[in-house]
Design a protein around this ligand. Structure first.
Ligand code: ZN
Length: 96
């Protein structure tokens, strides 16, 4: 199974907002993480490098922008080699 790590960042003014907003944000982050991890695990189930038998390791960063109220998602993928990286990127791009 691929290793999947999740991080969240908040940009902008939201950190100074009242508690209710950060609670809602927590909830949104939680929901996002659940659905993304489930989708990634499904896509990358049993995927290992043909040559090195290593699994990919994926770090997802969700960055919430308090100004625009948008969530940006970034992937960082670590693999044993370049060939496998390309393969994993391809699989992730072949979405849904
Ligand atoms: Zn490899």
């Amino acid at each position: 199974m691929a290793k999947i790590e999740f991080k969240f960042d908040i940009d902008g003014a939201l950190q100074d907002e009242p508690l209710l907003d950060s609670y809602e944000l927590e909830y949104m982050f939680h929901q996002t993480r659940e659905s993304m991890v489930a989708a990634l695990e499904r896509k990358l189930d049993g995927v290992v490098c043909d040559e090195h038998q290593q699994e990919p390791s994926i770090t997802i960063t969700g960055r919430y922008d308090g100004e625009t109220e948008q969530m940006d998602i970034d992937y960082h993928i670590d693999t044993c080699c370049q060939m496998f990286l390309l393969k994993v990127v391809n699989m992730l791009n072949n979405v849904n």
